[in-house]
Write a protein that binds this ligand. Structure first.
Ligand code: KG4
Ligand code: ZN
Length: 325
């Protein structure tokens, strides 16, 4: 079995995965959403302190399996330096105490493997990763061949939901809050310009839309918020689908997947299905419980790394907060 640890942002999570069957034996996640909510976003030092409390409490529950561990896996990139270090420190301690190797895991690759929890992996895949930190289009040929073909120039898709919720004083994380509010609104009452709609570039940008929404929020009263949320969600999603449609013209997808915390958005999933229909491309998405950060996806990819002999010694494990794919 492999024990995996995730602490790249504001979720403390540990999982245990059986290597031979890829079965998830244990999984627990403690979210810090409530604690960060009043700040409208993640406060890194607070997150770090909360991981230091939560991770050992979760680890306690894993004691029945410790003697069966072949390796300990941990997210070491990318993420917040002060929170990554909490998971990495725990992984080093376990590696030393149990005399087992460590498997460093890239968080973004982990999100891609959230598709394959308790399943076999399938490639090639065109993947849209939408989270709080990233908005990326990735061509995945295999575990070791992942190429980012488009990325955001500023904010990410999920982050823009967080910022809109903050403007409206609605708390954090904004994604589920804004999606719920949007379902009560009329998306046609406000007209926001789709970012980069005239540009031939396949890239994403959310800072301009955020500013349009800010002006609308400042001019509106509270009864108007659902309509603003609906128009924002529609425009933010239309930006993704417009760029994807353009990309598909020269790179028709055989199989497409959406991953990351914001892939839980049902409106987004529906709009993606519409643009995939002409290609008869299969659309994969993770189980709703594995869209946001979790250690189960870290454990799932760690099994592949383990089987490929990709592990290291605890002394050479370090954090790389800014390393992407
Ligand atoms: O993957 P994740 O848990 O953390 C990062 O790696 O960033 O993603 C969290 C992000 C947050 O920005 C959150 O607001 C967004 O995903 N999110 C959503 C929804 N649920 C979560 N965004 C839009 N719609 C949702 N339903
Ligand atoms: Zn994530």
């Amino acid at each position: 079995m492999i024990l995996s640890i995730e602490s790249s942002c504001d979720d403390s999570s540990i999982a245990i995965t059986e290597i031979a069957t890829k079965k998830l034996i244990y999984h627990k996640k403690i979210s810090q959403e409530l604690e960060h909510s009043r700040y409208g976003g993640v406060v890194p030092e607070l997150a770090s302190r909360l991981h230091a409390q939560a991770l050992p409490a979760i680890l306690e529950e894993c004691s029945p399996w410790l003697s069966q561990l072949k390796a300990v896996a941990v997210t070491n990139a990318p993420g917040l330096a002060v929170t990554l270090i909490e998971g990495v420190s725990m992984a080093k301690a376990l590696s030393l105490a149990l005399n087992i190797p460590v498997i460093p895991v890239n968080h973004l690759k982990g999100h891609i493997y959230s598709l394959f929890i308790e399943k076999e992996s399938v490639f090639p895949l065109t993947v849209l990763l939408v989270s709080g930190g990233h908005t990326q289009l990735i061509e995945v040929a295999s575990l070791h061949s992942m190429k980012t073909v488009a990325t955001t120039m500023d904010d990410s898709y999920g982050e823009s939901f967080d910022k809109v919720a903050k403007m409206m004083g609605l708390g954090y994380p904004g994604g589920p809050i804004i999606e719920r509010l949007a379902s009560q609104g009329d998306p046609e009452r406000h007209a926001f310009t789709i970012p980069l709609w005239q540009s031939p570039q396949i890239a994403f940008s959310y800072s301009g839309l955020k500013n349009q929404v800010r002006l609308a929020v400042e001019a509106a009263d509270k009864e108007d918020y659902p309509h603003i949320a609906a128009a924002f969600q529609k425009t933010a999603t239309a930006h993704l689908t417009q760029k994807l449609k353009k990309y598909f013209k020269t790179n028709p997808p055989a199989r497409f997947a959406v991953v990351g915390g914001a892939s839980a958005n049902r409106y987004l999933r529906g709009e993606l299905e519409k643009i995939l229909a002409p290609y008869k491309a299969e659309m994969l998405a993770a189980d709703l419980s594995f869209c946001s950060d979790n250690a189960a996806m870290i454990g799932r990819i760690a099994v592949e790394h383990y089987l490929g002999g990709e592990w290291t010694d605890y002394r050479s494990l370090s954090v790389s907060p800014r390393t992407n794919l």
